[in-house]
Design a protein around this ligand. Sequence first.
Ligand SMILES: Nc1nc2c(ncn2[C@@H]2O[C@H](COP(=O)(O)OP(=O)(O)OP(=O)(O)O)[C@@H](O)[C@H]2O)c(=O)[nH]1
Ligand SMILES: [Mg+2]
Length: 225
Amino acid sequence: MEQKKKELLVLEDILGSNKKIAGEIKKKLEEHGILAVNLLSAPGSGKTSLLEKIGLKLNDNYRLGVIEGDIETERDAERIRKIGLPAWQITTHGACHLEAKMLAKIFDQIPANLDFLFIENVGNLVCPASFDLGEGLRFVLLSVPEGDDKPKKYPEAFLTSQVLVLTKCDLLPYLPFDTDRVIKEALEINPHLKVFKTSATTGEGLDELCAFLEAELKQRHSQHA
Ligand SMILES: Nc1nc2c(ncn2[C@@H]2O[C@H](COP(=O)(O)OP(=O)(O)OP(=O)(O)O)[C@@H](O)[C@H]2O)c(=O)[nH]1
Ligand SMILES: [Mg+2]
């Protein structure tokens, strides 16, 4: 019991200090007019593939940057640089999520004139949900091969996000995945979720997602004008 209490205190302390740093990052992002989007999902749900596709679409009219979170390797940052976007890799060396202090360490390297800063979190549908990074929007991705029972099993990611992106929808004809069930159960957890059905392979839903991001940026700029 005493041990449990100690563990809870340590956790409260970690989350409390994370919240403080996230608040400072949020303030800086707002001052610069940067919309940061934190992408959460299980490993392999298609975060980098989605960023490659929407990055190319948005790059004509906006200044973009991408922070890549992974336990090891620079691979995702290299993929993003290959399409001509600046990318900063954070390797956590074991930690299963990004924390605000990790972003704070590299924040000086992020140009102040960006429009969008995408943050690809470590592939994990659980832990990243508890750590605010100061983002303006949080996306949770769920891919068709993962199965349609996931929102109720991993509710916090759905509860704390503003957007649900269903990915790999090109695979719907081949897999038993009830889209209506997923949307219904996700909205029971969080009725404010905006839902997009996408495929990085066919391009389905990407124009709608980009239009949403553009509208969100415009709205924030007019609020802070
Ligand atoms: N069929 C199909 N496959 C996709 C789609 N998007 C991504 N994939 C494939 O899914 C695999 C994982 O994609 P990534 O974009 O690397 O996934 P991720 O979420 O960034 O992975 P981690 O960073 O390791 O968590 C790759 O083999 C992609 O080619 C899609 O829309 N349709
Ligand atoms: Mg990735």
